[in-house]
Design a protein around this ligand. Sequence first.
Ligand code: AKG
Ligand code: FE2
Length: 509
Amino acid sequence: MAPGTLLEDHHLACADSRPSKKAKLSPPANSLTDELDDVATAVPAHPLDIKPSGNAYTASDNLKSRCGAFARLPDELLSLILESFDADALVRLGSTCRALYAFTRHDELWRALFIDSPPEDFEWLGTWRSTVLRIPEARTTSISCKNLFSDVLYRPFQCAQTPLHPFTSNIPPQNAIQRLPDLTYDEYTEHWTNTPFILTSPIKAWPVYRTWTPTTLVRTHPGVKFRAEAVDWPLSKYISYMTHSADESPLYLFDRAFVEKTAITVGNHDTPGAAYWPPACFGDDLFDLLGTHRPHRRWLILGPARSGSTFHKDPNATSAWNAVLTGRKYWLMFPSGPGIAPPPGVMLSDDQSEITSPLSIAEYLLAFHALARRTPGCREGVCEAGEVLHVPSGWFHLVLNLDESLAVTQNFVPRRKLADVLAFLRDQRDQVSGFAEDVADRAFEVFVERLREREPGVLDEALAELERRGKRGRGRWEEITKGRGEDERDGAGGFSFGFGGDESDVEVP
Ligand SMILES: O=C(O)CCC(=O)C(=O)O
Ligand SMILES: [Fe+2]
C-alpha cells in the first residue's frame, strides 16, 4: 500500500487492535468470530510502540501535538507530503522530534525512494530504509514512540502481521474447488473449460518439479536478474529480500523470460530434454498459430508467505494453468460475464475496464472475505506443491501464498474458448495486451488470418458461436434499452486486467 493512498476502505479493512470486548461475549469455540478475535489479538506490538488512532482519546500525552506546525496536518496529508522528500530531508526531519521520527521511518516512503531510482548496487538490509541508507540492522536506531497514535502508521504494520489462516481454512464444501487426479483432453474440452479445478498429479514427472526450489535456483543462478514488479534484481538479492522483509505487500517475482534466462528446454511431454510441459488435458494453445507474433505466455512466480496477486482477470480472455513447484497457494475465484456483479469489494471503472480497488490482499481478506465466501459463484481452494490449478477464461482470481512459493504459470487459448478470445481481441482493443507493438492494434485480424490458414474449421465454429451470442445479446439488450437509442454493449463485457505494454512495470497474468 503506497503512503498517502489511504482511503476510507482502509479504515474498513483493518480492525482497531484495542482489546476486544467481544472475547468475553464470544459464541461457541471454533466459530469464525473466535478466529477473528484471535486474528485481532495475535498482532504483536508495533516496533516503535505506535498505537492505533483511537487510543488517543484516553491518552494523557500525544507526541504528535509536539511537532510544531506539522501537528496540524492530518496524518494522511503529512504522509503524502513526506512522499515528496528525498532521503536526506527525511533523515534530517526525522531527527527533530519523536513524532516526525516515526513518520519518516515509515518504510513505504523508503520503498518508493528505492524504486524511483534503484541503486546500481545494493545489499538488502532488512528494511527499505536500511537498504537505501546502507545502515546494517544492528546499527539501526529504534526509539520508542509510545504516545503516538496513528492509523496511517499502525495499519500497514497490523495488516502485515495479522494471521491470515482463518481466511484460507475451513472452506465451505459448496465453495471448494474440485480436486481431480488428472483429466483427458476430451474430458477437459467437453466438461471443464468453464470450471476452476485442481489437478493433483500431473507434474510429478517434471524435471523442474524435482529439481527447482528457491534454494536450488539461487545456487545455480545467483546473478541472473529476474523481474519483481518494478525492479530487475539478481536472484540472490531477491531471495535475501524475500526471506528477510516485513512488507505488507511483498515485492513479487513475476518473470516472463525465465525459460531463456535459465536455458531450459520446454515443449510437450515427448520433447527431448524438456524441463516441464503443459498437462496434456489442456491440449494445443491456439495462440501458438501466431508463431513469433504470439503474446507473452509463461511466467516464473516466486514470493514469500503473504505475497500474491490481487483480484484480476487474465489478459485477452485467455485461460491459464498455474503449477506449484514449492509452497502452497490459496485461490479465491469468481466467474464474470453479462449480468454477473464483480466480486465483493472489487470496484470497476465506469467503462468496466479497470479495477479501482486500492486494497492489499490482507486488507481485502480482512474487509471482504466473509462476504466473498457467502457470495454465489465463489470458489476457493488450496493448491499444494505438485498440483496444478486451472483458471478458466474470464474468471476473477485473488491468490495468496500460504508459504514461500515457487510456481510456473502458462496462459493459453483452448479451442472451446476461442470465441471468447476473438470477442475480446475484436471488441476490447484498448485492453489487448502482451503482443509486440506492431501487432497489438491488429491482433484480432492477424489471429483470424492465421486461423483461416491453419485451422479453418475451428475458426468457423468460433465465428458461428460469436454470431449466435451477438444475436442473443442484441435481443436482450434491445429489450432493455428499447427507445433509448443506445448501442449494444459487448457481450463478453466485464472488467479485465491486462499485461500493460511491453515496457510496463507491473504485469500479472
Ligand atoms: O500465483 C499467483 O500469484 C497467481 C498468478 C496468476 O494470476 C495466474 O496464474 O493467473
Ligand atoms: Fe492470473
